[in-house]
Design a protein around this ligand. Structure first.
Ligand SMILES: Cc1cc2nc3c(=O)[nH]c(=O)nc-3n(C[C@H](O)[C@H](O)[C@H](O)COP(=O)(O)OP(=O)(O)OC[C@H]3O[C@@H](n4cnc5c(N)ncnc54)[C@H](O)[C@@H]3O)c2cc1C
Length: 408
């Protein structure tokens, strides 16, 4: 049986290319298939998305040789300030200040615009002899046998590998065709996303302000610019998004406050519906799910991509170690190690994000008083504060080698 590559990856977004590069660093070949043409995915326009890459995600990008290409566009996230607020009233007096100087490893992470990361990953993929890209092409069918996995493309081509990985996003067809059901719910909220420029420097500080309708994140970009991820109920978000730029900014200003001076909209604005969707299994014989295909979470945690990159690091390590031991890389026992490794981490983050959203996205006076007192308490206890900082930096838990900054 002719094998086209060791691994067939469906989805060339962010996690698919990162996974192929991780496999290539250990000598395994991949084919990446994506419906969207390469030139479109590599598009340079700002689409509102920027990632809060944790310290460990940055370590991994360094090992994979991506960081040099994006470093000049990345803004170090030095501090995080969390407050409770109401539009027009500004932030409550109590807040938590997470300062990166409290840990020895450096900045908790870096903000990086989607366009720079995407381009750097796709360029590195193109330069690799071990990775083939097929796009535009859509996977329409898949078949898993005892010896291999195969996919059929919309042009009739059939590709075979030892392992099939779904990096095909929240509505993963790979999972669906494999009969893997999903669990989740709609938050009835939408994320309003844009970037603003401001008069005063942000000094690398990220702000998370919890409003009754949902959190408002102000995240530092390079220069005097910040990315805004502003959560509102779906109905309200629809109304705000339909407004003119001028009226939109009139809505944003009282929530944002004036601590960075005058603010101005830069670029377009976007709105994304928020829901939770987690696959009931992350792996089975010759098949694994990675990134949003495994778990799509609320943006409030800013952890969606970090969680995906943790999957990438764990799956690459499990599979490469198995290959070195002479094991079949598609064997379900090999892949069960991956599913077990990532399952707990995902469940913990999903549950905590859900809880924080429920607890903070309302104007109940009792809950508000308790929240403000709670923030004050966390701020007053250094050990607790340090735990949160380590969590935000991605330093807690059983880290795969790539996230420790080691080659695999
Ligand atoms: C506004 C916004 C802000 C965010 N902010 C953050 C943040 O600050 N920090 C963070 O960590 N995360 C953030 N996220 C989440 C992050 O963007 C996602 O977790 C990440 O993009 C998921 O990448 P992926 O590669 O798993 O999936 P996707 O990016 O969804 O890619 C899936 C790919 O699969 C392809 N595909 C699907 N089906 C097929 C098929 N049948 N055949 C071939 N190809 C197929 C698609 O064309 C697509 O290119 C944010 C998301 C949004 C929307």
């Amino acid at each position: 049986m002719k094998i086209d590559a060791d691994i067939i990856i469906v989805g060339g977004g962010l996690n698919g290319p990162a996974l192929a590069l991780a496999f290539a660093s250990g000598g395994l070949s991949s084919v990446i298939i994506d419906t969207v043409p390469l030139a479109t995915r590599r598009k340079p326009a700002f689409d509102g998305r920027a990632y809060a890459l944790s310290l460990t995600s940055v370590r991994m990008l360094k090992v994979l040789g991506i960081w040099d290409a994006v470093q000049s566009e990345a803004q170090a996230m030095l501090d995080i300030k969390v407050t409770d607020g109401r539009p027009g009233e500004g932030a409550a007096g109590q807040f938590v200040h997470f300062d990166h100087n409290e840990i020895s490893e450096g900045p908790m992470g870096h903000m990086l615009e989607d366009r720079y990361l995407r381009r750097a990953l796709l360029d590195a993929v193109k330069a690799s002899d071990l990775i083939t890209q097929i796009a535009p092409a859509t996977v329409e069918a898949q078949d898993i046998t005892a010896s291999h996995a195969e996919v059929t493309l919309d042009d009739g081509r059939v590709l075979r590998g030892r392992l099939l990985v779904g990096c095909d996003g929240r509505r993963s067809g790979v999972a669906m065709r494999a009969g893997i059901a999903r669990t989740g719910h709609d938050y009835h909220q939408s994320g309003l996303v844009c970037a603003v420029s401001h008069e005063k420097p942000h000094n690398g500080v990220a702000y998370q302000q919890f409003m009754p309708s949902g959190p408002l994140a102000i995240l530092p970009l390079t220069g005097n610019r910040s990315a805004i991820v502003w959560t509102e109920t779906t109905e309200r978000a629809g109304l705000i998004n339909a407004m003119s730029d001028k009226d939109y900014m009139e809505e944003l200003r009282p929530r944002f406050g004036d601590f960075l001076g005058k603010i101005k909209l830069v670029g377009k604005r976007y709105s994304y519906p928020l829901n939770l969707t987690v696959a009931n299994r992350f792996a089975q014989h010759r098949l694994a799910l990675v990134g949003d295909a495994a778990h799509g979470i609320h943006y409030l945690a800013g952890q969606g991509l970090n969680l995906g990159l943790r999957d990438v690091a764990a799956l690459a390590e499990v599979v490469l170690d198995a290959a070195r031991r002479g094991e079949d890389i598609g064997n379900e026992l090999v892949l069960a190690r991956y599913a077990q490794w990532r399952g707990f981490d995902t469940a913990a983050l999903t549950a905590s994000t859900d809880l924080i959203n429920k607890l903070f996205s309302n104007d109940n006076p009792i809950l508000r008083t308790s929240r403000i007192a709670g923030l004050g308490l966390v701020n007053a206890i250094p050990a607790l504060r340090r735990d949160f900082i380590r969590e935000a930096a991605g330093l807690s838990g059983d880290l795969p080698r790539l996230l420790k900054g080691q080659a695999i």
